[in-house]
Design a protein around this ligand. Structure first.
Ligand code: 3H9
Length: 712
């Protein structure tokens, strides 16, 4: 056997001879995305193998942690550069020597398409296979829609493409996406052994394109296509690419392979052209950028091996579950034994329901619960590396908790508050170690909701902020850095756009019309449905507390108060803005609510006006965007993308619209500003354009300009 020295075919793709095997390795950190140089390198490597009479098989490998994570997403929207990935895949498939893809780590999107174009696929333990293009507003555009169904059958391929989620190596083997599972960890050794075996057995090249769906499978395949089409409106509401995916897969049954490829290419280009694709790719990068904060760059996180939680209510229990799920032992402290028992039961309830729904097995539940312990004495937190306080939202109550934490916690412990509104600077000022105090604002239910606002008070140490971001990663949360103000990023913005909704209500729109408009835009729920879900009493208490300090120039709409005075707090009381007969969770419109709204309008001397759905959305979104601009301008959010990530992950803003700031760029900032000026004619106090919006319009810029590195 001869081993030649490394011969680079390009910087990012190298080839070397191992006896009769041509070993082609992609070295393109961090994830071997298929940028233009990788595509060129792969093409050259296959050409070289084909022209070398001594080569009998080719191995395709990825260096580092992944095989290939797909097309280089940064190239979308740029002019395409040859060779196209589809052509590279065709060339791999046309190779006259058997090509083996060795898959370790992820083979995603275009990465899996490269593997599907190879003649044999070897998977290593832990390998992940996915066609996640749908999550970026796209479809597999390098032959995946034509090749995957030929290997796995139509239904499984449709599921892969419409769902976009990864499957493991064992499932890939069952679906015939992989031909063999190796138990080794060295991709080169495993690949070489397999390639030699193929050579010895004279295994032929096996172009996937030549495979046919068996005639007997066609009726079931058509049924799967029909079912997927029927589910489109329900499962993929508002999305463009899923219907194109179904069309492309259908071509496997109806068209020759090359025509199918052409159809796929057309559909891919259509998807590429949509604002949805732009928005989804913005969301992809924004959620990763959001974690890049100055403090994390300056300081290493502290080690967190033991967490503490003060408070076992819904919020505290949810946070505990999030931590237990991540394998972090939790000590929960409550004020007395009955409260602690309730806290423990709240945690157990979450897991029991997961077991009941088949999401978790009982043994795993017990394992996670074994990491939970509880106490009624703060002293139990002496060993905790990080403590989250999740007690009643009241400054005096929280300050008392912090005084206790200050007394018992070890030096260097992170002291976090889960407050959603209160001034964390004030809390920090009351302890002897303000450098350790931070806000970790979880969203309810805390074990489910992805967003974590990391609220950074004035005196906090960089490494404490860094610890917050490291914790978020560990809990699989999306973290956003927020400055201290009333409501931080998300709740502060929500207060403003809800107010815009209340003005619409007072001026003539019904709550049902507003909710519907907001849903049609793509939010899962409208603001009045959310109030009913959360409980109207919570907002009512806040309004009463703030009544004395309310800005007298701002219009006050008391309609929600009228419902609360009747005890109509939403789902939990069977009625709120909607009626919930017999404990139902989907509300019915309530004529009595409309009568109350009418009555209040009369009291306020308002003659109702007609609002179209577009009128409603323009006001609702302009209020959101304008406050988003204020939040950035005041440094509460580092960049517009942080506002987008907050709204996407905490407030149901439709991902395919990218978040309010991205959406504003797409609509045009001048259009948003003109709207605000027009609305201000009626209510100049509420509709004050954010100086940042005005500045960006004056300089012809966008919010995205402020997302550039160095602007944070
Ligand atoms: C496609 O393939 C279309 C084709 O069908 C057709 C074409 C014609 N491109 O997530 P991480 C960056 S569509 C460019 O933090 P992890 C990422 O931004 C594509 N960059 O790490 C980050 O950069 P930075 C289908 C990419 O270990 C860094 O890599 N593929 C790409 O938690 C690390 O990423 C996908 O949708 C990319 N494709 O997760 C897969 N991927 O350090 C998308 C990542 O500057 N990727 N980056 O912030 C993923 O799901 C995860 O990144 C992965 C690693 C699981 C691979």
């Amino acid at each position: 056997m001869t081993t030649s020295p490394q011969r680079p075919t390009s910087d990012v793709v190298t080839s070397r001879r191992e006896g009769p095997v041509w070993v082609v390795t992609i070295h393109y950190p961090p994830v071997n995305a298929l940028g233009v140089d990788v595509r060129r390198g792969l093409l050259a490597a296959i050409e070289a193998a084909d022209h070398d009479a001594g080569i009998q098989a080719v191995l395709l490998l990825g260096a580092g942690r992944h095989f290939i994570a797909g097309a280089d997403i940064r190239e979308f929207g740029q002019p395409p550069q040859a060779p196209l990935l589809a052509d590279v895949c065709n060339r791999i498939e046309a190779c006259t020597k058997p090509v083996v893809a060795v898959i370790h780590g992820s083979a995603l999107g275009g990465g899996l398409e490269v593997a599907l174009a190879a003649h044999y696929r070897l998977a290593l333990p832990g390998a992940q296979f996915a066609l996640p293009e749908v999550t970026l507003g796209l479809l597999p555009g390098a032959g995946g829609t034509q090749r995957a169904p030929r290997l796995t059958g139509v239904e499984a391929a449709l599921n892969l493409m419409l769902d976009g989620k990864p499957i493991g190596a064992t499932k890939a083997l069952a679906l015939q996406l992989a031909d063999r599972l190796d138990s080794g960890v060295d991709p080169v050794a495993a690949g070489l052994a397999y390639a030699r075996e193929l050579i010895v057995s004279r295994a032929p090249v096996r172009p996937t394109r030549d495979r046919q769906i068996a005639a007997t499978d066609v009726p079931a395949a058509r049924q799967a296509l029909d079912a997927a089409r029927a589910a489109l409106g329900r499962q993929y509401r508002g999305l463009f690419s899923p219907a194109r995916i179904i069309d492309a897969v259908q071509a496997v049954l109806d068209l020759p392979f090359d025509d199918g490829l052409r159809l796929e290419r057309d559909a891919f280009l259509q998807c590429l052209d949509t604002p949805q694709r732009q928005a989804l790719i913005h969301a992809f990068f924004a959620e990763r950028e959001a974690a890049k904060v100055p403090e994390a760059g300056r300081a290493q996180p502290r080690t967190v091996n033991h967490a503490g939680i003060v408070g076992g209510g819904t919020m505290g229990a949810g946070i505990a579950v999030a931590m237990l799920d991540a394998g972090l032992p939790v000590m929960m402290v409550e004020r007395d034994a009955p409260s602690l028992a309730r806290g423990q039961a709240n945690v157990a309830k979450v897991y029991d329901s997961q077991v009941k729904r088949g999401r978790l097995d009982a043994a795993e539940r017990d394992r996670r619960l074994s990491l939970w312990s509880g106490a009624t004495d703060y002293q139990a937190l002496a060993d905790a590396d990080l403590v989250v306080e999740a007690v009643f939202e009241d400054m005096a109550v929280k300050a008392a908790v912090f005084a206790e934490l200050d007394r018992v916690c070890k030096p260097g412990a992170v002291l976090a508050s889960n407050t959603s509104y209160l001034d964390i600077d004030r809390l920090a000022a009351q302890v002897s170690r303000p450098q350790d105090v931070i806000g970790l604002h979880f969203f309810s239910p805390a074990n489910v909701m992805k967003l974590l606002e990391i609220v950074v008070p004035d005196q906090v140490a960089d490494e404490v902020v860094s610890t917050g971001f490291a914790l978020a990663r560990r809990l699989k949360k999306i973290a956003v850095r927020a400055g201290v103000c009333d409501g931080f990023i998300g709740n502060r913005m929500m207060a403003v756009y809800r107010q815009a909704a209340d003005y619409l209500l007072a001026d003539g729109a019904s709550p049902y019309q507003i909710d519907q408009a907001v849903r049609h835009f793509g939010f899962p729920m409208g603001p009045y449905q959310i109030m009913d879900l959360a409980g109207g009493d919570i907002g009512w208490a806040t309004r009463k507390r703030r009544a004395a300090t309310r800005d007298p120039n701002l219009r006050y709409v008391p309609i929600a108060d009228r419902l609360c005075e009747r005890g109509w707090f939403g789902q939990k009381t069977g009625r709120g803005w909607y009626l919930y007969p017999d404990g139902s969770r989907s509300g019915q419109e309530d004529p009595e609510v409309l009568a109350i709204v009418d009555q209040e309008r009369r009291k306020l001397g308002l003659t109702p006006r007609l609002f179209t759905e577009e009128d409603i959305l323009r006001r609702y979104l302009a209020a959101m965007i304008n406050e988003g601009a204020n939040v950035v301008r005041q440094g509460i959010a580092l960049r517009p993308l942080d506002v987008d990530v907050t709204m996407l992950y905490g407030y149901g803003f439709p991902r395919y619209r990218g978040g309010p700031m991205h959406y504003a760029d797409q609509v045009g900032l001048d259009v948003i500003l003109a709207d605000i000026h027009a609305f201000a004619a009626q209510d100049p106090h509420f509709w004050q354009p954010s100086p940042l919006l005005v500045e960006q319009v004056e300089r012809g810029g966008s919010f995205n300009d402020l997302n550039r590195p160095g602007q944070g």
